[in-house]
Design a protein around this ligand. Structure first.
Ligand code: ATP
Length: 209
């Protein structure tokens, strides 16, 4: 279960951003909706252990994450939280498989080549395993960033504006992949967006106003 309670934050004593309480049960799929500047990225950073809010409680997988030491928090994030950014952040000098091995090693998990093959296969890019990022199309790269996010079977999968730069067809396909992968991995999914096309795919919505 994931929950935030009485969470509020202000940057450099500017106007305070307050977030209404939110409770997410395991395996649920949520849309985080809000206009530009409403605090989506701030809330994602709070949920992923990047930004400790000035007020409130944040718990992921029933762990109060900001009570962990920074070393334990890093390890917790690597194992429990997968993040998909708008653009893939892959290491160009490493192959696709090596990028995924690195994600396992960051989480201090053993190398698991079978898991890498399984995830790449489920995303239909196993044939690109030994290629370098610059040899892949944008759509394939997006699949690799999904693969990297799910490789360690995180309990929480978060996507930040995954569709905003895509045309309708690719936006739909990325959404379906996220939903499929969160189902396969029994992960909770949160998709943050201001893209109204995404709305119909989700029954649960958390609105920032
Ligand atoms: N590092 C920072 N320092 C100061 N103010 C910040 C910082 N990051 C965000 N803010 C401010 O906090 C508010 C919320 O920003 P945030 O990036 O969370 O919104 P958002 O909903 O993700 O916006 P967008 O959709 O445009 O990315 C904005 O008013 C922004 O200017």
């Amino acid at each position: 279960m994931i929950s935030i309670k009485s969470v509020a934050h202000s940057y450099n004593n500017n106007q305070q951003l307050s977030f209404k309480d939110w409770q997410i049960n395991d395996g649920e799929q949520w849309l985080l909706l809000g206009e530009s500047g409403s605090g989506k990225t701030t809330l994602l950073h709070i949920l992923t252990g990047i930004l400790k809010p000035q007020h409130g409680e944040v718990s992921v997988s029933d762990t109060s994450i900001y009570n962990l030491s920074s070393k334990n928090l890093d390890q917790f994030r690597g194992r429990n939280i997968g993040i998909i950014f708008q653009r893939p952040h892959l290491i160009k000098s490493l192959t696709i498989a090596e990028n995924l091995l690195l994600a396992q090693s960051f989480a201090q998990l053993p190398e698991d080549h079978r898991r890498i093959d399984e995830v790449l296969e489920s995303l239909d890019i196993l044939h690109k395993k030994n290629a370098y990022p610059n040899e892949l199309s944008q759509g394939q790269l997006q699949r690799v960033s999904i693969a990297r996010a799910v490789i360690n079977k995180p309990a929480l999968l978060i996507a930040d504006e995954p569709t905003s730069s895509l045309d309708d067809k690719n936006a739909e396909s990325v959404l379906q992949l996220l939903i499929q992968q969160s189902g396969l991995n029994k992960a909770t999914l949160i998709v943050a967006t201001h893209d109204k096309r995404v709305k119909d795919a989700f029954t649960n919505t958390y609105n920032l106003v």
